[in-house]
Design a protein around this ligand. Structure first.
Ligand SMILES: Nc1ncnc2c1ncn2[C@@H]1O[C@H](COP(=O)(O)OP(=O)(O)O)[C@@H](O)[C@H]1O
Ligand SMILES: [Mg+2]
Length: 362
């Protein structure tokens, strides 16, 4: 098991800064996910570990050894891409064995390693087939197999599931996690898909415009996003945002106002009162109730649309022109067009200041 460290990594293409002071240590045996929107610098970061990109400044260390000047082939890392590029004229066995032949392993060891990897991936019965005789998921397994047989220090994945349909993607997500549990090898996994990040990562690094915005466990990020960007990026359906202000309404009472929408918002934090803020509320922290209760953070809204997802319903609501979503398990009486009362669970609400940073409500 190995560690990977990114130390003060900056990357420029001409005058364009692509990565801005990336510092990150991937622990031994960890499954670390780099997630962020397209173009934020995930692949560039990952490819530096493989030696396919050089940092403009900064260091890449594997097991505390600076590998900046180490050839890609000598780094002992294996990479799986979205486009798995199997050799079409070779069968599965030959595809998996190819890298080992180049490394001049003897045929006994090659047989043994390919057989073991094939068993882990449950493709033993496919070893004689050519890639064109395989499904997308099977091909991706062969691509994984090609890496496993090399027994590398680190696995690198660059959006390996993006080409697969939704069902297969969900299956392969589980397969790769199981693989990690068996092999316990350090893995760095790049994706733009927050669901993959949440479900697969021991820790997630959320990237945006060449910067790591937050690094933590999936649930820590979900519960305590450090800023507006992370709050909006992690979580499906997305967090609702209400731009407005918390103002005093006499005595200790205060209200949140966003345009014509207004509801009680008990809070005494001076840093939050009378300032422009964005209130962030996850859909599961909004509840449809029978009737507005005095002194509760409730208000009237209109149901615009209901999406049944099976176990839950997504309810699209509109209050004074402000649109937001609530997720709920109970909805039998609800129909589109209905006026309802809505309550926000303020203990779970997030407040972001004009710099987009999360500020505490206490
Ligand atoms: N060889 C290159 N020359 C110039 N710009 C590049 C090159 N490779 C990547 N970029 C730019 O760097 C940014 C980050 O790219 P990339 O790391 O591939 O993003 P991601 O994987 O997050 O989608 C993008 O704006 C991309 O256009
Ligand atoms: Mg990429």
């Amino acid at each position: 098991m190995s560690t990977v460290r990114f130390e003060n990594i900056n990357k420029f293409y001409g005058d364009n800064q692509i990565l801005d002071n990336i510092n990150l240590t991937v622990n031994e045996g960890e499954f670390l996910v780099l997630v962020g929107p397209s173009g934020c610098g995930k692949s560039t970061t990952l490819r530096m570990v493989a030696g396919l990109e050089d940092p403009t400044t900064g260091n890449i260390l594997i097991d505390d050894k600076n590998v900046n000047d180490v050839e890609p082939s000598k780094r002992d890392v294996a990479m799986v891409f979205q486009n798995y590029a199997l050799y079409p004229h070779m069968n599965v066995f030959e595809n998996m064995a190819f890298g080992l032949k180049i490394r001049k392993l003897n045929s006994f060891d090659i047989q043994k390693r390919v057989k073991e990897a094939a068993e882990i991936l449950q493709i033993t019965d496919l070893l004689e087939r050519r890639p064109k005789e395989l499904s997308g998921g099977q091909r991706q397994r062969v691509a994984l197999g090609r890496c496993i047989v090399r027994d590398p220090k680190v696995f690198l994945f660059d959006e390996p599931l993006s080409n697969l349909d939704a069902k297969l993607r969900a299956e392969m997500r589980v397969e790769i996690k199981k693989l990690h549990q068996i092999l316990k090898t350090t893995m760095i996994y790049v994706t733009h898909d927050q669901t993959e990040a949440m479900t697969m990562g021991d820790r997630i690094a959320v990237m945006n415009r060449g910067v790591i915005e937050q690094l933590d466990s999936p649930m820590a990020i979900y519960k305590n996003p450090v800023n507006h960007f992370v709050a909006g990026f992690i979580g499906m359906p997305q967090m609702n945002f209400f731009s407005g202000m918390i103002t005093r309404s006499g005595g200790d009472a205060s209200v949140f106002k966003s345009g014509k929408l207004e509801f009680p918002f008990p809070n005494s934090n001076k840093g939050v009162i009378e300032q422009s803020i964005i209130l962030g509320v996850r859909p599961e922290d909004i509840e449809i109730i029978k009737k507005n209760q005095p002194n509760e953070s409730s208000f009237n809204a209109k149901v615009e649309l209901i999406e049944p997802l099976g176990s839950i319903f997504l309810i699209y609501l509109n209050a004074f022109g402000i649109k937001f979503t609530c997720s709920s398990i109970l909805n039998d009486e609800l129909v589109a067009g209905m006026n309802v009362s809505v309550r926000i669970n303020l203990s779970k609400a997030h407040v972001f200041n004009t710099d987009q940073k999360s500020i505490s409500l206490n």
